[in-house]
Design a protein around this ligand. Structure first.
Ligand code: PLP
Ligand code: COI
Length: 365
């Protein structure tokens, strides 16, 4: 059974057929997002009698699953998303990994999955990133290694109950900009037909089902020529929740910065909470409160809302340009000064260009 201490022994089986240095250089030159995977993956399993066991790093390979594997039927699955950054001196760091670990514990509780100890989570990410260190890109162009820890019901059983066999894996993929056009304002489609999560639902958990349910709305956004979709609350259809994979911020003309409060239906983004602290340091006041869609729609028209930006691990801080809905649109395609300031302050910490006064960075190598 895995203990909570950091002396966890992780067996490493090297990949005997790793990607060639020439091919790796090509991949790291233009990684895109989520297209290429490193030479290894971390793996361990859970059963009620053994707890988490056999933590190991093994060659990256397809999984073999029984067709009755529970996750394929009932979607008992959770995941995390984080990045490893290379600094100019060659060292490699992750950003607040214990926060991802803690969120995975909260997601596990909601999905009736076993809790993975925070230390084990951090050790699993460290082990994979160390093994595949050559896959962490140079910092130029804000490239990084995106790390995807995930856990799923691996028991072959068709009854509806929490699985008694669970698999935890970590894979990694070099990443450039999440949006193909780079750091340019993105356009947002307002979903009025679909919601993402309701009271008592899974909105605060990072689970595949939330993303599955967002796809048809994202499809609608794409058809409308927009980059992303924004969801409203399921109760009144009035309050802004979040984008398909990012949280939102609004900069008002009096300098106040507002972000929708987390009330169990949106993901508690680690970028979101870091920005609250960062804004405090930059001298901005952040309010967490309900934000109505009219406040956004009308605010960008009257100038009351000066800037809108989205944030998340994959998207970092991305300016939001236009908001489009059935029958209208509003907004300007510019990156505002506060958005730019927050973005720079955050990425400078992540890439080691600014002092990490918050103690957010975790050295891996
Ligand atoms: N909201 C959703 C639905 C997401 O998928 C993400 C991405 O992880 C976020 C918000 C931002 O969270 P974080 O900043 O922890 O990456
Ligand atoms: C992340 O930012 O880590 C996410 O999981 C978002 C996803 C849309 C890639």
């Amino acid at each position: 059974m895995l203990s909570m201490d950091s002396s966890l022994h992780i067996e490493v089986t090297p990949n005997t057929d790793p990607v060639s240095p020439e091919r790796l250089a090509e991949i790291l030159d233009a990684p895109g997002f989520g297209n290429h995977f490193t030479d290894h993956m971390f793996r361990c399993e859970w059963t009620p009698d053994r707890g988490w066991h056999e933590p190991r790093v093994v060659p990256y390979a397809p999984l073999s699953l029984d067709p009755a594997t529970a996750v394929l039927h009932y979607a008992q699955e959770i995941f995390e998303g984080m990045k490893a950054y290379r600094h100019e001196d060659g060292s490699v760091w992750t950003f607040r990994p214990e926060e991802n670990a803690a969120r995975m514990v909260r997601s596990a509780r909601r999905l009736a999955l076993p809790e993975l100890p925070v230390d084990t989570f951090v050790a699993s990410v460290d082990a994979l990133v160390r093994t595949d260190e050559r896959w962490v890109p140079q910092p130029a162009g804000e490239k990084s290694l995106y790390v995807r820890p995930f856990m799923f019901a691996s028991e072959a059983f068709l009854g509806v109950r929490p699985a008694q066999h669970v698999t935890y894996l970590v894979i990694a993929s070099p990443a450039g900009a999440y949006f193909a056009k780079g750091v340019k304002p993105v356009s947002i489609w307002l979903s009025e037909e679909y919601t993402r999560a309701g009271r008592g639902g899974m909105g605060a958990a990072k689970t595949g089902g939330n993303y599955a349910s967002s796809l048809v709305a994202q499809q609608e956004a794409t058809e409308q020529g927009c980059d992303q979709v924004v969801f409203l609350d399921s109760g009144e259809g009035r309050y802004v929740e979040e984008l398909g994979g990012m949280n939102l911020y609004f900069v008002h003309d009096d300098g106040t910065i507002v972000t929708p409060e987390t009330s169990g239906t949106i993901l508690e983004g680690i970028t979101r909470s870091s920005i609250i602290e960062l804004c405090g340091k930059l001298g901005h006041h952040v309010e967490e409160r309900p934000v109505s869609i009219d406040e956004w729609r009308e605010g960008v028209g009257t100038g009351r809302v000066r800037e809108v930006f989205a944030c998340g691990t994959a998207a970092v801080v991305t300016p939001v340009g236009r908001l489009k809905w059935r029958g209208g649109e509003a907004g300007v395609d510019e990156t505002g000064p506060v958005t730019a300031q927050v973005r720079t302050a955050l990425v400078d910490i992540q890439y080691g260009r600014a002092e990490d006064t918050f103690g957010w960075m975790h050295r891996v190598r």
